[in-house]
Every structure is written in structure tokens, then in C-alpha cells.
Design a protein around this ligand. Structure first.
Ligand SMILES: NC(=O)c1ccc[n+]([C@@H]2O[C@H](COP(=O)([O-])OP(=O)(O)OC[C@H]3O[C@@H](n4cnc5c(N)ncnc54)[C@H](OP(=O)(O)O)[C@@H]3O)[C@@H](O)[C@H]2O)c1
Length: 329
């Protein structure tokens, strides 16, 4: 298996390398790719230094799989060129997610849609992945009518520059700003750019991608996405109304039995998910599971996950593992 990592010098690319190593993904040849600025730099994988190469050089080598995390415009321009030489691209940017001809995949939910013909596969947005991981089994059982979600998102979701901004501010050092405002000691209700409807693109990703992954356009979703000064993972307060009533102990049971979900919910000993403890882990953690007494058939959840892991790198590598296992590459 010849594998290219496009965006290998970035936050997600770095975690991808870790995840590939941990899961012992079968690699015969590894191509580490970034922008022209990084060509020639060394990046380590499994104790060996690899020289970073440019995208055109990587395409010449016709990799079997390319894992992309280099931003939307890079992906729009280059993913089709990899696909033309027979590479299967799994893309972390938002470039292809809502394209009707591209699959938007969370392996535990819908990897079975994939075929050999899918040459560009989209990895969903980090906030969406963790939410649908918790909601998919509940949707199957009780059918979701409406979701109200508020996010508390880590600075690592914005990339290297945002983590540096927070660290500089914490150290009292003046530096480059990734956000319009200070993030240390702040909460910024502005993730990604604003759309014409007054919502941010991040908020609308939660709406559109959820409907696409759960394959149900009737699910109503409304979202508020907020950046907070954490680095470990994203948190979400999710209020979900179902068509059918549920039993709380059955909800807990269903979530506990879901692959990739860990229930952390024991109020007697203050157990609930937190980003500091989700950091570096692959699972989606769910707690504060309780009935919303203000209207029928409605549930409140607190959902936390490492956005660089299940929200990005781990989900991408899991898609690649599925392709290999099913002989689709
Ligand atoms: N952070 C998250 O939680 C998260 C989650 C899901 C998806 N994503 C998506 O993943 C992508 C990367 O995010 P990140 O957080 O890792 O960002 P990042 O830390 O800023 O890294 C960006 C990477 O892309 C490379 N790159 C930039 N422009 C390029 C170009 N023209 N050609 C080739 N490579 C180029 C950079 O290379 P240089 O070092 O050479 O500049 C770097 O390796 C984005 O599309 C983002 O939306 C991020």
C-alpha cells in the first residue's frame, strides 16, 4: 500500500501519522506532502525521517490512498488530480462534503455505502462526527425530529496558528492572531465564516452534514458554535427531540453498546465527559444523559471528543482501513 499524507506538517496530519502508527496500518511506501514552503523538511514516522515532498511529485508516484488535511482550496484543486491517476482520496476539508456525488462517511454509521468507484471520499466536520456518533443509534430506535446543539470548541480545531495564538496569550507574548479577538479567557461565538443567513459555516455544517450522514432530510437541526480556550477536544450540549418516547436506562444501554462511544455518566462520583480527559483518545464520550422535562420525548446529552482524533485523523484512518479490508483499493 502506497500512502500519501497531504498536509503532513499540520495538526491533523501529525495526528494522522500517530494514528497510522498506533493502528499499524499496512504501509509499504509513505509519501509526506505539504505546501512548497515545507518541501525538504523532515517529518518522523516510526523512528524514520521522511523528506516532505510537493503535491505534483506525490501525484507522479500514483499512491493507492491519499489522506488529505490541507484545507478546502488545496483539496478542490488537487484531489481530482490524484483521483485521475487512480488514487483514492479521503479528504478532511469541507470541499466535497455536500457534493451529491461524494460519500460523507463515519465508518461506524455508513461505510457500507462505499464502493471501488468512490475515488474522493469526504470525512465529515469534527463537531458533526462526534454528535452523529452519539445520535445514530438513538435515531434508529426513536427517530429524531429536531436537534438543538451548542458547541464549545477547542482551538486545535482551527489549526496550528490558533494553538499558537492561545499559547502566546497565556504566556503574555504578542504574536500572530488566528482569531479576530483574544481567545485566552474568552469565548468567541464565531467558528468559520458567516453565511448570509446569519449562521456560521460551522453551524450550517452541523445542520447539513447530520442530515446527509443519517440519510434523513426531515431531521431539523439548529446550532450555535462557540470557540473556547481549550486544546483537548470539542464539547457539545445536545438537546434532541424524538418522534417516539424513550426509556432513560435503555438510552444508556444503547449508547454503552455503541462501538466508538463511551458513556461517562455517574453523578454520585462526579463522572461526566471533559475535553481534558478526552484528549488523545479515539472514542466519543457521552454523559449528563437526562430527560428534558420541558417537552415530550426530548433528551439532553453532553458529548465530548478529541476533534483531531475521531473528529479528523482517526475517522479518516478508519475509512482507509475499511477500504483495505473490503478490497476497495
Ligand atoms: N483541526 C481540526 O480539528 C480539523 C478537524 C477536521 C478537519 N480539519 C481540516 O483539516 C485540514 C487541516 O487542518 P489542520 O488543523 O491540520 O491545519 P494546519 O495545522 O494549519 O495544517 C495545514 C496543513 O496543510 C498544508 N497546506 C496548506 N496549504 C497547502 C498547499 N497549498 N499545498 C499543500 N499543502 C498545504 C500545510 O502545509 P505547510 O506546513 O507547508 O503550510 C499543513 O501541513 C483543514 O481543511 C481543516 O478544515 C481540521
Amino acid at each position: 500500500m502506497k500512502v500519501a499524507i497531504v498536509g503532513a506538517t499540520g495538526l491533523v496530519g501529525n495526528v494522522m501519522l500517530k494514528v497510522l502508527e498506533e493502528r499499524n496500518f499496512p504501509i509499504d511506501e509513505l509519501l509526506l506532502v505539504a505546501s512548497e514552503r515545507s518541501v525538504g523538511k523532515k517529518v518522523n514516522f516510526k523512528g524514520k525521517d521522511y523528506e516532505v515532498i510537493s503535491i505534483p511529485t506525490a501525484i507522479e508516484k500514483k499512491p493507492d490512498i491519499a489522506l488529505f488535511s490541507a484545507g478546502g482550496s488545496t483539496s478542490l484543486e488537487w484531489a481530482p488530480k490524484f483521483a485521475e491517476v487512480g488514487t483514492t482520496v479521503i479528504d478532511n476539508s469541507s470541499a466535497w462534503r455536500m457534493d451529491l456525488s461524494k460519500k460523507l462517511v463515519v465508518p461506524e454509521i455508513n461505510a457500507n455505502q462505499l464502493t471501488k468507484n468512490d475515488k474522493i471520499i469526504a470525512n465529515p466536520n469534527c463537531s458533526t462526527i462526534q454528535m452523529v456518533m452519539a445520535l445514530a443509534p438513538l435515531h434508529k430506535k426513536y427517530k429524531i425530529k429536531r436537534i438543538v446543539v451548542s458547541t464549545y470548541q477547542s482551538v486545535s480545531g482551527t489549526g496550528v496558528k490558533a494553538v499558537e495564538q492561545m499559547e502566546n496569550e497565556m504566556a503574555g507574548v504578542k504574536g500572530e492572531m488566528a482569531y479576530h479577538y483574544p481567545i485566552h479567557k474568552n469565548a468567541i461565538p464565531h467558528c468559520d465564516v458567516f453565511e448570509e443567513n446569519g449562521y456560521t459555516k460551522e453551524e450550517m455544517k452541523l445542520v447539513r452534514e447530520t442530515q446527509k450522514i443519517l440519510d434523513d432530510k426531515t431531521i431539523a437541526v439548529t446550532a450555535t458554535a462557540v470557540r473556547i480556550p481549550t486544546a483537548g477536544g470539542h464539547s457539545e450540549a445536545v438537546n434532541v427531540e424524538f418522534e417516539n418516547d424513550f426509556d432513560l436506562s435503555e438510552v444508556r444501554q444503547l449508547l454503552s453498546e455503541t462501538e466508538g462511544v463511551t458513556v461517562q455518566d455517574n453523578l454520585d462520583v462526579n463522572v461526566y465527559p471533559m475535553p481534558m480527559y478526552a484528549n488523545g483518545k479515539d472514542d466519543v464520550f457521552v454523559g449528563r444523559i437526562r430527560r428534558d422535562g420541558s417537552q415530550p420525548n426530548t433528551l439532553n446529552l453532553w458529548v465530548v471528543s478529541d476533534n483531531l482524533r475521531k473528529g479528523a485523523a482517526t475517522n479518516t484512518v478508519q475509512i482507509a482501513e475499511y477500504l483495505v479490508k473490503e478490497g476497495l483499493v
